[in-house]
Design a protein around this ligand. Sequence first.
Ligand code: ADP
Ligand code: MG
Length: 425
Amino acid sequence: VPLEVLEEMNKLEECFPRLSKNYRLMEKIGEGTFSTVYKAEALNGSIKLKSDLWKSPPLRNGKPSKKTGSKKNPIVALKQIYVTSSPSRIYNELNLLYMLSGSVHVAPLLDVLRFQDQVLAILPYYSHSDFRDFYRDLPVKGIKKYMWELFHALSFIHEKDVIHRDLKPTNFLYDPFKGKGLLVDFGLAEKAESTNNYKNINVCPCINKDRSSATKVYNKRMNFKAAYPKQDQRPPRRANRAGTRGFRAPEVLFKCTNQTTKLDIWSAGIIGLSFLTRKFPLFNSPDDTDALLELSLIFGLEKLQQSANIHGCGLEINLSEDITNTGNLIKVVADFLRYESENKGVPDDSVVHDTLSILNEKGDGIVKPTPSQASEDASFDELMDNYLDHKHLFQLLYGCFHMDPKKRLSANEILKLPFFSELVH
Ligand code: ADP
Ligand code: MG
């Protein structure tokens, strides 16, 4: 453990008299804008873990170590929520964690320590791998398990009307060896009904800023004529736009005030697309209007404009039509497939062709691949199975990427798609 971190941990222990009595800080495992997370050992039976999940000993080279771990002290994650975040924000996070305890898909709140304005949330420590270490190599069966776990977690919280709002790989802890994953970080989460109340978190001060950007969003409501944002004296649209760049759904980017749990489904789709294209992060723009441009390169400008209309906005992008019209999901995926089949020596375009036909049908019918050069080779069959899986994955992504949140599938509907059929018992 680096010296600065040791010093930080010492300071924390001084701050919290009860901390050093019940916990031994081990190391720092995360640091963000609103919190720092430490790994710690719970001492003196201060924490009793109900679920076996938390008791299992750490994996060594993929195999459990010999000790059963039953006599070992539980390992916890200690989340120090900074005072810079408002008391109501801290309360919201703790309250939601408390409310969501009891599922294997959400890290349950075990305890909370407070000293003056400092708050520490105690959660079971969950061993997981960094997404960057496996998103390139996880085979499609592994992707399936990841997405299965992810949509189960979403199904659980959405049934309780909770929108996570910040779904991304660092907030979904996944262990590719165990095939288990769980959601953390409810710092931006909220109950779905309350989304119409403007909260004091991350409210965008103004969307109609004059930008050098080629992308413009304007508010169509309140009889918009030919005037452009520069002269627009109307108050800017305000809505919760909390989230992380690259994962925000179109309705969040358009500042729609009636946001629903479906915005998490979009973010889950972005994770799926990262797996499929083996690219992470997929999008980089820190700016909402530029993020719309990035989306139009993948989904096509027309779709984004339709989405703008649904939310009472207009969208204009002053770039050559070639760029915004040709860029679309089908092309991105087809390029990827061609690349994969070239690299794996798969004969041909038929795979690509079949896939495209599925995409064109918008995922309604599944065509079994009929390779022109059929082969008895088992590994070839396996490859074809993989491609069938890939097709089903596209179908899933289509469900996640409906521009209209009402048409976008729910987590429960997605779990019933053919992509997961082999996991349904
Ligand atoms: P932040 O609000 O700062 O993003 P998070 O709750 O997302 O805080 O935690 C930050 C990081 O700490 C996570 O990305 C993860 O790596 C680690 N972490 C959080 N909770 C746990 C846990 N229960 N077990 C293991 N690691 C955790
Ligand atoms: Mg986080």
